[in-house]
Design a protein. Structure first.
Length: 141
């Protein structure tokens, strides 16, 4: 990205399933957020907006925005606690090769888990599947 665009806020997109993979064309991250109480949705939105404005590679997030590791390397997560649970929104950073297209945070999906418990392997596997589908189709809304 040219240096004059280095401080341009990143866009926020939500991955949308492809009709060939999901006839309903679900938007998993949006569906996840809509299942949460309004106060938790607002917290996720605030972190997303702050990360996009920072931009994300420089954003520290006060422990709420984190790069993931191991099998989830390349993903980022927003973690919010509420109602005895840890809620996670999993995202990708998308930097198109075309300098005329703004980079984006792509929200893939989310899951909730009990505090102090490990995430279920199937939740991580689903996020990797969504990533692979996004890279294949590029579908966002």
């Amino acid at each position: 990205m040219p240096s004059d665009q280095a401080s341009v806020p990143w866009r926020i997109h939500f991955f949308q399933r492809d009709v060939s993979d999901d006839p309903a064309e679900a938007v998993p991250a949006r569906d996840f957020l809509e299942c949460l109480p309004e106060n938790l949705r607002a917290k996720f939105e605030a972190v997303l907006k702050a990360a996009a404005a920072a931009p994300p590679p420089k954003f520290r997030g006060g422990g709420k925005w984190k790069a993931m590791h191991g099998d989830m390397s390349g993903f980022y997560q927003i973690g919010i606690q509420g109602k005895g649970m840890n809620h996670r929104l999993v995202c990708l950073l998308h930097r198109p090769a075309d300098d005329n297209i703004e980079p984006s945070i792509v929200c893939l999906g989310g899951f909730s888990k009990r505090r102090r418990s490990a995430a279920r392997p199937r939740d991580y596997r689903r996020m990797r599947d969504y990533r692979d589908e996004f890279w294949r189709t590029g579908n966002v809304m």
